[in-house]
Design a protein around this ligand. Structure first.
Ligand code: PEP
Ligand code: MN
Length: 338
């Protein structure tokens, strides 16, 4: 249930409403707007009579939320959330481009890619230092050395850093180097970890699970939001279907669906979404056309020798081509790529 206060409600009235909600057994999340205050009341019983709240002084409206997620829903917050990463806004009118290799492999590699993608308009550098690999014998990432390299490459070219954190023990370390914490598809329903991220100080990019429904995905976001971290954005990265012609099935439809259901920004990762290099650009174009707030693209200076995901990584020149094309599409729908 969401309680919207009247524009002229006094602080005393708002506090009394919160007190009443607590007495009825609700957990209350307050969001203070310029004109009105919105109170998210969590834990409604099926037989609760909403009029008990509607009648309180200072209450303008009580909205019942039927979705199981509350804080992540559009009913709780009508305007889209903007996640601020330094001077970069994710979820505003500008479409934000994140690019970089699947894994950080060496100083030479990460600097070459960072230099290239920053020149063409990327604002964030991606790259894994802790890699969730299907096989324990595959390259597991460079760990802290990788984080250090990424941070210095990003700083050298005016980029922000997004990188994956795989469990609680890595959060503090990764926060030292990164601007955004990535939750990988395989961790989307690691609920204790999501709670830990609710206490993290950095924004979280939550990737969609391999076989997660949109509702399950938003419930996972709800874990982070209800833990106290409101800086969450989503990343569609393709799902498992019966189709075997592509690595995953890129669910472009999830983009407008999430936009309607949630105020959280959503970006698209067509690299993992389709998994085949020559099809990444068309899927990037489609994602922007569908309303994505950004793209995350794997780019490698030498994809044929990449330690992970080379087959889906763009050559630097292909990244430039993609940028030229998605800029035109963004403008066509009234958006912009810096
Ligand atoms: C990645 O971004 O490199 C990655 C491992 O992605 P996902 O969790 O979506 O598979
Ligand atoms: Mn990858």
């Amino acid at each position: 249930m969401v309680v919207v206060t009247e524009p002229g409600a006094t602080e005393k009235q708002i506090e009394d409403i919160i007190k009443a909600l607590h007495e009825h057994g609700f957990d209350v999340h307050r969001s203070t707007g310029v004109r009105q205050t919105v109170l998210g009341a969590i834990g409604v019983h099926p037989d609760f009579d909403h009029r008990q709240v509607e009648l309180l002084p200072g209450v303008a409206e009580v909205v019942r939320i039927t979705e199981p997620y509350k804080l992540a829903s559009r009913a709780f917050q009508k305007e889209g959330t903007i996640v601020q990463v330094g001077d970069v806004k994710i979820g505003g009118n500008d479409v934000v481009i994140i690019a970089g290799p699947c894994s950080v492999e060496s100083e030479k590699q990460i600097f070459a890619v960072a230099e290239h993608v920053s020149r063409t308009g990327a604002r964030l550098l991606r790259g894994g230092a802790f890699k969730p690999r299907t096989s324990p014998y595959s390259f597991q990432g460079m760990g802290e050395d990788g984080l250090k390299l990424m941070r210095s490459a990003a700083d050298a070219y005016g980029l922000k850093v997004v990188t994956e954190v795989m469990d609680k023990s890595q959060i503090a370390l990764v926060e030292n180097y990164a601007d955004v914490l990535q939750v990988g598809a395989r961790n989307m329903q690691n609920f204790t970890f999501l709670k830990d991220l609710g206490e993290a100080s950095k924004p979280v990019m939550l990737k969609r699970g391999l076989s997660a429904t949109i509702e399950e995905w938003l419930m996972s976001a709800e874990y982070i939001l209800s833990g106290g971290n409101g800086n969450v954005f989503l990343c569609e990265r393709g799902i498992r279907t019966f189709e075997t012609a592509t690595r995953n099935t890129m669910d472009i439809g999830a983009i407008p669906v999430v936009k309607r259901k949630s105020h959280l920004p959503i970006i698209a990762d067509p690299s993992h979404g389709i998994g085949i290099r020559d099809k990444v650009i068309p899927m990037a174009r489609a994602a922007i056309a569908a309303g994505a707030d950004g793209l995350m693209i794997e780019v490698h200076n030498d994809p044929d020798h990449a330690k992970s995901d080379g087959a889906q990584s763009l050559f630097p020149e292909q990244f430039d081509q993609m940028m030229r094309e998605v800029r035109i599409i963004a403008e066509a729908i009234g958006r912009h790529i810096a």
